[in-house]
Design a protein around this ligand. Structure first.
Ligand SMILES: *Cc1c(COP(=O)(O)O)cnc(C)c1O
Length: 357
């Protein structure tokens, strides 16, 4: 019997990367693979990661792990270089780094490095998380160039706060603010995340930075990856471990929160919050049993959840159950759990065995 498995389809990743290239035909692709490729596991995507032009991670430790899997593409560390030691390691491994504050600028100025660094300068055009303000950009570029530690040209990047809102002028303002401040500078430019790749073609520039769409998921709350010809990379599945005949009035699960309105056939599925399935999922959320939808009943517990099999009298112990992925868009599950697909993907725990499709 197979218990919880996250099946990772690297061909779907490849297909989705192609959709990125179609949507942004003039741009290079910096594929965002932070958090172990949005929870999919570098290990299961080896072979297709190098199809991107470069790979983006959040922290040095992730870059080092990624390199162990033999990727040859340039690796860009978006956030976490905070000590001189980390800077040295990044330089040794020829990782590209992002400069977003004065502390890091000074570090680059003062260290003696093994190799010149590839640098992206991050400009804060409205996200107000990391980045230097537009009026500081020129000074930063001058100091970086004078440091002797940095390769030419210096990349220029910014990040959108709400590109998934097609009706907001905020993204247009960020595009404009970026354009004004980088206009006198040379060097590759990069703005677009998945939502901007699909909704804001004016932002594509030299490098796009897709994340979620590479995993087959729509960045827009009201749509699914299918609407953009994307294919789910992860299918989370398990199996039925028991089937019960329950009677009208029987309560199911912890807290007895759900009571059978009639006599019912109930399936118990080996999947719980200990595997990363959200405990706060709304009752009625669908799963797929033998390609047919069945609804979740009662509370999700650590190792199990229960489903209504009344319409599926042929279902048997051992039958496969799909929780999201092929045939069941994760976007719908995320909405039922009052969260986003990004979080569900990252939340799958180590108990769920990941396997290549
Ligand atoms: C994660 C990330 C992205 C990708 O965002 P998606 O919404 O997943 O496409 C792009 N740029 C930066 C800086 C990021 O951290």
């Amino acid at each position: 019997m197979t218990y919880v498995t996250a099946v990772i389809d690297s061909n779907a990743f490849k297909h989705n990367l192609l959709q990125v290239r179609k949507a942004a035909p003039k741009s290079n692709v910096l594929a965002m693979v932070k958090a172990d490729a949005y929870g999919h596991g570098f290990r299961h995507l080896t072979g297709v990661l190098d199809e991107a032009d470069a790979l983006g991670v959040a922290r040095l430790e992730e870059a080092l792990r990624l390199k162990k899997y033999g990727v040859t593409s340039q690796i860009v560390i978006m956030g976490g270089i905070t000590t001189a030691e980390e800077l040295m390691v990044a330089s040794q491994h020829e990782f590209a780094i992002v400069v977003h504050n004065a502390e890091r600028l000074q570090m680059i100025q003062h260290e003696t490095l093994e190799n010149k660094l590839s640098v992206w300068l991050k400009i804060d055009t409205g996200m107000h998380r990391l980045g230097v303000m537009p009026e500081e950009v020129n000074d930063f570029v001058q100091v970086l160039k004078a440091s002797g530690n940095v390769k030419n040209p210096i990349g220029l990047m910014s990040h959108f706060a709400k590109a998934d809102d097609r009706n907001s002028p905020y993204t247009d303002n960020q595009i404009l603010s970026f354009a004004e401040c980088v206009q006198p500078l040379e060097g590759p430019k990069s703005l677009a995340n998945s939502a901007a790749i699909l909704a804001w073609p004016d932002s594509h520039e030299d490098w796009v930075r897709p994340g979620i769409m590479l995993y087959g998921v729509s960045p827009f709350a009201e749509e699914t990856g299918l609407d953009y010809n994307l294919k789910p990379v992860m299918t989370l599945q398990s199996s039925i471990i028991a089937i019960r005949q329950l009677h009208q009035g029987d309560a199911i699960g912890y807290g007895s929160t759900w009571t059978c309105p009639k006599d019912m056939i109930v399936g118990v599925v080996a999947m719980g919050y200990g595997d990363g399935y959200p405990r706060h999922i709304a009752a009625g959320t669908p799963v797929l049993v033998n390609q047919q939808q069945a609804s979740i009943l009662g509370r999700v517990s650590m190792d199990m959840l229960t489903i209504d099999l009344s319409q599926q009298s042929h279902a048997a112990v051992g039958d496969e159950v799909i929780l999201w992925g092929k045939g069941l868009p994760i976007e719908h599950i995320a909405r039922s759990a009052n969260t986003i697909a990004y979080e569900l993907l990252c939340q799958v725990t180590a108990r769920a065995t990941k396997v290549k499709a």
